[in-house]
Design a protein around this ligand. Sequence first.
Ligand SMILES: C[S@@+](CC[C@H](N)C(=O)[O-])C[C@H]1O[C@@H](n2cnc3c(N)ncnc32)[C@H](O)[C@@H]1O
Length: 314
Amino acid sequence: MRKQVNIATAFGLNEQTVLYHGSCVDMLKTIPNKSIQLIVTSPPYNIGKEYEKKTKLSNYIEKQSQIIKECERVLTESGSICWQVGNFVEDGSIIPLDIALYPVFADLNLVMRNRIIWHFEHGLHCSRRLSGRYETIIWFTRKTKEYVFHLDPVRVPQKYPAKKYFKGPKAGQYSCNPLGKNPGDLWIVPNVKSNHVEKTEHPCQYPVELIERLVLSMTNEGDWVLDPFAGTGTSIIAAILHNRRGAGAETEKKYIKLAKNRIVKTINGTLKTRPMNKPVYDPKESGNKLIAVPWQNAEDNKAVQLTLFEKTSV
Ligand SMILES: C[S@@+](CC[C@H](N)C(=O)[O-])C[C@H]1O[C@@H](n2cnc3c(N)ncnc32)[C@H](O)[C@@H]1O
């Protein structure tokens, strides 16, 4: 049954879902102080994508710092800011944006809790440097021990769940947490390219599962999750999936349309997303025939494949 979907177009604390068509600079002005539990976003990287105008790095950092300052104002005492970024590239020289932006957060007295490496396998093929296969999420909170962080909902399966203590008072008991282990700060999550179930016409979507982990660990049910650069609404979708309130701003009409469409499907339970913690596709284990090298004979091919895919037992 289709549910009544109400997507507000302006921020209000009594709303559940907000999609603001316009600049986040204007939307942020309408949000009360200390009201947002999680601000999570992937801003433009200043690399000349269709939705941005490339400018001097110093101008870009200055504009970002104005927005980050406003984000800090609306952040609750126990809240988190997660900025997901890659590299700014100029004349073949890369400048990691997390490094360039770190001082902005530090100057606001925010504390970095993790620098999460998001590793994926697909992207541009570089010929004059190694192809970039990771981006980062820098996570900040206020200077407090009381920031919200729930580990249990984001635990991942243990490697050796049957391992037991072999000596001491706990000898014979299972040594690992039965709820799973801490997922660590290196996350292997497929990026949204053409075969991904979440792919839309937006050139730079992040996957819902990446944001679900942040929502589950850094917020409680009913809390606000805000994405100042909402794109196709991924952060709002991750919030709705876990009974949080979601808000975002987006300047481009065509992405607003996409975001609205995806949010409605999420509320109706029909949006297809890649499940959190689903193992990454392994062509060998899946018996994919494309892993055979077509220009070699059967015997040589076997040898090459062994070299490429043999798994060691250690
Ligand atoms: C990297 S994309 C974010 C994509 C998003 N994470 C998703 O999964 O769809 C950045 C987005 O910010 C939007 N944007 C650029 N400047 C903006 C501004 N001042 N306020 C709001 N949105 C802006 C762009 O149109 C673009 O869609």
